[in-house]
Design a protein around this ligand. Structure first.
Ligand SMILES: Cc1ncc(COP(=O)(O)O)c(C=O)c1O
Length: 376
């Protein structure tokens, strides 16, 4: 173990900077809803989530996705992590096989482990999940569901093309396969919106799109939504936790209802997109200058740059050397269901300003210089 560096710049940190969290907007919104003196805000809520809030959310999403979303197709969740856990509880049994993308979000793998699920990885390319590989895997396995992150994927940054979304929705219908789309970065584009969420596709009878306020407003809210056909939502709603708790997070829903109705979500989101676009550009520019042997695709949204190091460098072995130089990241193998991506690493640009991002990359470049390839 190396002693922690006094001012570690941890690119592994996938949280927004504290300075980006909208304290003033939340204060305005909380005053707006509490000043009405309506005590139902503090009561148990309805299972699917307050209908007025779902209507406001449906209007916001219809505008931001540029595709219609109806309140009847939305259920309020306590964020994507909780929604994923609920989907596993209601749709899977321990020992079931599920498909994930390879690479995928490492903490989703933990949720799947909690439910005793067997995970099979399907490779992705620049257009998202590879449907030829999916086809092939479907001849060998009978998965209960497929978990995908279609837009600005964590960790790869890749976005599934519209054609592939259409084909995937069609495959889901043909194979009666439940698609669980984690769309936590869907609204975080840097100028060009990705295709609409998977639940919007024509054949999407068996698709659930999971959304969240974590990346577009604040993670501490623990608030999100599940978009899907009413028959699928009904199955989720037959949950003991939802019944006993009176829905999920009704008080926060009330505050965020005011955030939406006061137009604060739109302005906050547009500001965030601008900041992240600049940070991503600063990180990529410095990577090209200081670490020319690294390859990556510049992100068009989201939080992450997925970097490929030369095959002589192991991202896990580089980690303690990087830590001694004062920089951290997530090694690629963490995002693999089969311990792959030994030479990849994920850098997040959400947590640090440009100055720290530039300094962090220079530290990383020094660590790579110090890496003893003969240790391989
Ligand atoms: C792909 C992905 N899904 C889900 C989450 C967590 O979402 P939430 O805060 O809504 O639970 C994250 C956060 O990093 C993420 O990257």
């Amino acid at each position: 173990m190396t002693d922690a560096h006094p001012d570690l710049i941890d690119f592994g940190n996938g949280q927004p900077s504290l300075s980006l969290l909208p304290v003033a907007a939340l204060r305005t919104a909380a005053e707006h809803c509490l000043s009405r003196g309506d005590a139902t805000l503090l009561q148990y809520g309805t299972d699917q989530g307050d209908v007025g809030f779902r209507e406001s959310l449906a209007r916001f999403l219809t505008h931001r996705y540029a595709t219609p979303v109806s309140a009847a197709h939305l259920m309020i969740s306590a964020g994507v992590s909780q929604a994923l856990d609920l989907v596993c509880t209601r749709f899977t049994r321990p020992g079931d096989t599920i498909f994930v993308e390879e690479p995928t979000y490492f903490l989703a793998l933990e949720v799947f482990r909690d439910h005793g699920l067997q995970v099979v990885g399907i490779p992705i390319d620049d257009d998202g999940i590879r449907l030829d590989a999916l086809h092939d895997a479907l001849t060998r396995h009978r998965p209960t569901l497929l978990y995908t992150i279609p837009s600005f994927q964590n960790p790869s940054g890749s976005t599934m093309s519209a054609a592939r979304r259409e084909q995937l929705a069609e495959m889901s219908r043909a194979h009666d396969l439940l698609i669980v789309a984690d769309e936590v970065y869907q609204l975080l584009d840097f100028g060009v919106a990705p295709p609409p969420p998977l639940a919007a596709y024509t054949h999407a009878a068996r698709v659930l799109s999971l959304g969240s306020f974590s990346k577009i407003c604040a993670p501490g809210l623990r608030l999100g939504w599940i978009q899907g056909a009413p028959a699928l939502l009904d199955h989720l709603l037959q949950s003991g936790v939802v019944h006993s708790g009176g829905g999920l997070n009704p008080f926060t829903s009330g505050v965020v209802h005011s955030v939406l109705d006061l137009g604060l979500a739109d302005s906050g989101l547009d500001a965030l997109r601008g900041v992240y676009a600049e940070r991503s550009a600063a990180l990529c520019r410095t990577l090209r200058d200081a670490l020319p042997m690294a390859t990556f695709v510049e992100p068009r949204g989201g939080y992450f740059v997925w970097v490929q190091l030369p095959s002589t460098i192991s991202a896990s072995r580089l980690l303690p050397i990087a830590a001694a130089e004062g920089v951290g990241y997530r090694a690629g193998s963490l995002f693999s269901s089969v311990n792959g991506f030994a030479h990849s690493l994920r850098l997040s640009f959400a947590h640090y300003d440009d100055v720290a991002l530039v300094l962090g990359v220079h530290r990383l470049a020094r660590a790579v210089e110090r890496y003893d390839t003969s240790a391989e």
